[in-house]
Write a protein that binds this ligand. Structure first.
Ligand code: BGC
Length: 416
């Protein structure tokens, strides 16, 4: 324990004692919310807990999609020292739940009526054998594009509706000497773009068959080859320093007018807001061309690790704070996501957030809501990582599109 956390613990205990309340412990939270916008959103949660006398021990990991955080987590669990709460996504949550490592939140869930307000698409990743094992924070989606409005206006570019419109817009920016696409070359970012590109190339049928049913024919299809061709087009319109760049630095390029577009989940909006930019004025948000009716979602949740049989008071307080209506609105306004409850009025959200809520409800109603492959909501980690490897190798020019398709089929088969 560092001097700082010791002091923090002592002062929390003192405040609690002097208020005549029970001594509250800290929560130690593993997460990967490290960018400016993410930190601002996390602060909403920290302050909520601080108001209840609960201290926060921060355990940040790097990288979207949670791959590194999950590696850190495995080491901590192996050492018999699981954190109190852990940010996690989709199949990773089910994996820990099936291993019996997570606390049962059913009493709290029943008391607060979670069954009635958390959408079914999220409940399937928050419960194992009828037991609530994690607290849903939000719903993000990956098939978004973020654009610098002034850059588009200066080049006479309207929001592209189709892939061909998008190609024309990108080529126009290229000809004008502007970097068309801001991108960070990290496997999870390549995969995030791939979610939307596959959806736009082959529609929901391809997305479902390839990523959810893991059907070899779909994975090896001509439509999948088309998706890889589109990735190659994108690769040839990023700047030369893209390799290894963090996603929020790519967002900053769009914010600063150094690039036209970024294809990224709606956590990117948190960066624009944190930089004081307004939707519709400084930046534009729109669905990846050709995926306007679909939503590829990922929901952040906090899993509560079993700390010896029962849910601790701090874990219950954290879960309860996360699901509370006021927190859901306050947090998601800053984070860029939409609430994980269906009973809330979204009028306080900005235009992109309201569109996000509307799209989510419409996609759920029309059978067009799909879990994001890139963010662990379409298939288990072993399959996801196998897909990441092929997508990234192709993006970096190791495979042509035809080889990539063949590699994809065999990588997924081997991972199953
Ligand atoms: C998470 C988001 C996060 C993003 C980038 C995604 O996997 O769901 O909450 O902002 O990664 O760090």
């Amino acid at each position: 324990m560092t001097y700082f956390t010791k002091t923090l613990k002592a002062s929390v205990a003192f405040v609690a004692l002097s208020a005549g309340a029970a001594v509250a412990a800290d929560v130690e939270v593993l997460h990967w919310w490290t960018s400016g916008g993410e930190a601002a959103a996390l602060n909403v949660l920290k302050e909520d807990l601080a108001g209840q006398g609960i201290g926060w021990q921060d355990m940040p990991g790097a990288g979207g999609g949670g791959t590194e955080a999950m590696t850190v987590l495995r080491a901590r669990v192996a050492a018999g020292d699981a954190p109190t709460a852990v940010q996690a996504l989709g199949f990773d949550i089910l994996d820990w739940g099936n291993q019996g490592a997570l606390a049962n939140l059913n009493d709290l869930a029943a008391e607060e009526g979670w069954d009635d307000v958390v959408p079914a698409a999220l409940q399937q990743f928050a419960k194992v054998d009828g037991k609530w094992i994690s607290a849903p924070v939000n719903v993000h989606s990956t098939n978004w594009v973020w654009a610098n409005k002034a850059v588009l206006d200066a080049n006479g570019i309207a929001i592209p509706e189709t892939w061909d419109d998008f190609v024309a817009a990108v080529e126009k920016l290229d000809a004008a000497g502007v970097t068309p696409i801001a991108h960070g070359g990290q496997a999870w970012q390549d995969a995030t773009v791939f979610d939307a590109v596959v959806m736009s190339s082959g529609g929901p049928d391809l997305y479902r068959a390839a990523f959810i049913d893991l059907d070899a024919e779909a994975l090896g299809s001509d439509a999948m080859k088309e998706a890889f061709d589109r990735m190659a087009f994108i690769r040839s319109h990023v700047d030369e320093n893209f390799s290894g760049r963090d996603w929020n630095l790519a967002t900053a390029m769009v914010i600063n007018g150094e690039a036209g577009f970024q294809m990224m989940g709606d956590w990117a909006k948190g960066e624009f807001l944190n930089a004081g930019k307004a939707p519709g004025e400084d930046f534009l948000c729109f669905r990846f061309p050709g995926t306007q009716d679909q939503v590829t979602f990922n929901a952040d949740q906090f899993m509560m690790f079993d700390q010896g049989g029962t849910v601790s008071d701090e874990q219950a307080a954290l879960a309860s704070a996360i699901l509370s209506p006021s927190f859901q609105i306050a947090f998601n306004k800053v984070k860029g996501s939409v609430p994980a409850r269906t009973d809330l009025d979204g009028s306080e959200l900005d235009a992109c957030g309201q569109q996000g809520m509307k799209d989510l409800a419409a996609a759920a109603a029309s059978g067009n809501l799909f879990g994001s492959m890139a963010h662990g909501h379409a298939n288990p980690a072993a399959v996801k990582n196998a897909i990441y490897d092929v997508v990234t190798a192709h993006f970096n020019g190791e495979y042509d599109s035809e080889t990539a398709v063949e590699e994809l089929v065999s990588a997924v088969e081997l991972a199953l």
